[in-house]
Design a protein around this ligand. Structure first.
Ligand code: BTN
Length: 252
């Protein structure tokens, strides 16, 4: 009934008017669901961002979680964050907007965030049982729909494009693109996706400040490892790899 162009993603859709967090629902049902099942909601009351932050999820956005069972080692799960970011950026670029990716997962237009991705995985020993790819896209909201304390640095597709977007056709295009990227993730060397990701990222070459729960690392972003960790060259010329953190550009 959604007219999807995919064979795997969205074969089963759990749709909610309101939910606490689609990622939380997806994690509860993941064990008994088949790969490709989708949880999607009109609004989230407890939307979660990375590093314990809140994710504002009013009407007009796309708040969804995809259940995947790629059977990969846990240390490769963060690669799927890059896969999803690449798919979102590609679809937005197809609409004629200059979407860029800020490591590890923000999709931005003109320096403003339009999408965030929260990847959560459960693993037995080192193999993942499932990965929940949580994707939040600011689609048809006006800036006034975003609480003031979250508005700075955010934008929506409607604001950037100056018109309302049909969320169903956006979702059809996005799921198709994500499925293509996921197939290539499973069948090709990861360097293919990494190269495409690097071409759309605006992080490499920048002076950055990355905050992790335990410390702050400053320096120049010089690359990304095959697992998606950011490589930073510090002032003393030593390099560090950071697998997860909050990244701020020194110069916007
Ligand atoms: C971030 O940038 O911090 C990640 C934001 C992820 C938001 C999405 S919306 C759908 C899914 N459910 C959640 O609670 N979070 C993710």
């Amino acid at each position: 009934q959604m007219g999807l162009k995919t064979t795997l993603l969205g074969k089963k859709i759990h749709y909610f008017e309101e939910v606490s967090s689609t990622n939380s629902v997806a994690k509860e049902i993941a064990a008994s669901e088949e790969e490709g099942a989708l949880v999607i909601a009109e609004i989230q009351k407890g939307g979660r961002g990375r590093m314990g932050r809140e994710w504002v999820s009013p009407h007009g956005g796309i708040w969804m979680s995809v259940i995947l069972k790629p059977g990969i080692p846990l240390r490769h799960a963060s690669r799927l964050t890059l896969v999803a970011g690449l798919a979102v950026a590609n679809v937005i670029r197809d609409m004629g907007l200059d979407a860029r990716i800020k490591w590890p997962n923000d999709v931005r237009i003109n320096g403003k965030k339009v999408c965030g991705i929260l990847t959560e995985a459960k693993a037995e020993v080192d193999r993942v049982d499932y990965v929940v790819l949580g994707i939040g896209i600011n689609v048809n909201m006006d800036l006034k729909d975003i609480p003031e304390s979250f508005r700075a640095g955010s934008t929506t597709l409607k604001v950037e494009l100056g018109k309302h977007i049909r969320r169903v056709s956006f979702l059809q295009d996005f799921l198709f693109e994500l499925e293509q990227q996921y197939i290539s993730f499973k069948t090709q060397p990861f360097s293919h996706i990494l190269n495409d990701w690097l071409a759309l990222s605006d992080t490499i070459g920048r002076e950055v400040k990355v905050t992790t729960p335990s410390r702050i690392i400053e320096g120049r972003a010089v690359g990304v490892t095959p697992d998606g960790a950011l490589i930073i060259r510090k002032a003393d010329n030593t390099k560090e790899e950071i697998i997860a953190g909050r990244c701020i550009y020194a110069r916007p």
